[in-house]
Design a protein around this ligand. Structure first.
Ligand SMILES: *Cc1c(COP(=O)(O)O)cnc(C)c1O
Length: 393
């Protein structure tokens, strides 16, 4: 979508929502951007399959629309962290291969197997629990064994790996499970050249050869998140698992992006100005009066707060765009609202305030918004709250 069309569609969506004005609070989601980003990432990953990561409500974009957009872009697999997310994908009638990787004992594995959801096994206990769930529903669960290659989060340690592989092979020979994948996750892929990346890949290679020696030949070896998909072809193996990049954010440092495709942010966060008023010099603003006006000025009240994902750490620093003007949050972000100093500019109630987006209307990129608030785009996108209406373009 070109710039002019994007602007037009955003104001049209506003007009539909609230005759002639902009919506109170909106996250505009350009699903075509997700589709195009997936298409670009598939090209980067050359021969490897692509699993589109949909956890946390599709990084705040809406899990089902994000899933459909990713499949339109050629995603081979869909992935969620927790099972509730995977069930939501299936309940929407989406039948694509689906992998879910984060479950504690007692998780609804039988329901997952019936729904044709592929599962991760990190330990012997989990492997047996999943195999037993398969028995209950007379199906062989499709399993991706996880090796912890050095992030020290989930997965079998290399010490426990041979036992896990041997047990999995035994269950596979008995026809009770199918091992479809061996996978891991990188701790520092967004720091190109970080020594831990090569170290983790070396452990991954050892784990693969141990698995092979025990008779496991899974079709999918996977370890690459967005950063490794974009920056480290050695980590692509049979499938890549980009998340943030499909939503249009490149997690690599600026200097490492030269060879990357341009990704387009899919979300624009916006709200309508509630009220404007003139304030004299010396007016203390918002809770705690942490800032005051330095001269007479116009203040605009924006109906988004920390309950909507506008971090309190954006107090006094978060950038916003209103029309042609770039301003910043003045004083503390409250639960539901914040104040902006618009100087002597012509801003009135009902005007649209843009917090971040693809930049078509000169609004900040989510990276700039996140940096101002002292966090990362992942937290900003997944933090957009449920009071913010998602409007699909
Ligand atoms: C979140 C996640 C990803 C995607 O990470 P990005 O940095 O968003 O690309 C991939 N794999 C697993 C296991 C994850 O939890």
């Amino acid at each position: 979508m070109n710039q002019a069309n994007m602007d037009k569609t955003i104001s049209d969506a506003g007009a539909r929502g609230n005759a002639g004005s902009v919506p109170q609070r909106a996250a505009y989601i350009e699903t075509a951007a997700i589709t195009a980003n997936v298409r670009a990432l598939r090209r980067v990953a050359s021969g490897a399959k692509l699993l589109a990561v949909l956890k946390a409500d599709g990084y705040g974009h809406g899990i089902v629309p994000a899933a459909r957009a990713a499949l339109d872009g050629g995603a081979d697999y869909l992935g969620t962290a927790v099972l509730e997310e995977a069930f939501a994908v299936r309940e929407a009638g989406i039948e694509a291969p689906l992998f879910s990787w984060l479950s504690a004992p007692g998780a609804p594995y039988a329901r997952a197997v019936e729904a044709d959801i592929e599962l991760a096994a990190y330990s012997l206990g989990q492997l047996h629990e999943i195999a037993d769930a398969g028995n209950l529903v007379s199906a062989a669960p499709r399993i991706h064994l996880k090796i912890d290659t050095g992030m020290w989060r989930g997965g079998a340690t290399i010490a426990d790996w041979p036992e896990l592989c041997a047990a999995a092979r035994e269950l596979e020979v008995a026809g009770r499970i199918k091992v479809v994948g061996i996978w891991s996750h990188l701790a520092c892929a967004d720091e190109p050249g970080h020594a831990s990346v090569a170290a983790q890949l070396a452990v991954f290679e050892s784990a693969l050869s141990i698995a092979r020696s025990l008779g496991l030949e899974p079709e999918l070896r996977h370890i690459a998140n967005s950063a490794a998909t974009l920056g480290n072809p050695e980590a692509h193996y049979d499938m890549v698992r980009p998340g943030i990049a499909i939503y249009g954010v490149n997690p690599l440092p600026q200097e490492a992006r030269e060879t990357c495709p341009r990704l387009r942010p899919a979300m624009t966060l916006a709200a309508a100005v509630v009220q404007t008023k003139r304030a004299p010099a010396g007016a203390g603003i918002s809770y705690g009066h942490t800032e005051s006006t330095s001269k007479e000025t116009t203040l605009a009240v924006v109906p988004l707060g920390y309950a909507d994902g506008v971090f309190r750490s954006a107090s006094s620093v978060g950038p916003v765009q209103v029309g042609e003007g770039r301003y910043r949050v003045l004083g503390r972000v409250c639960m539901d609202q914040f104040v902006v100093d618009v100087g002597d500019d012509d801003v009135v109630a009902g005007d649209q305030v843009l917090l971040f987006g693809p930049g078509d209307s000169k609004e900040p990129h989510v990276e700039a918004w996140a940096a101002a608030a002292g966090t990362i785009p992942y937290e900003v996108l997944t933090g957009v709250g449920s009071r913010v209406q998602r409007i699909y373009l």
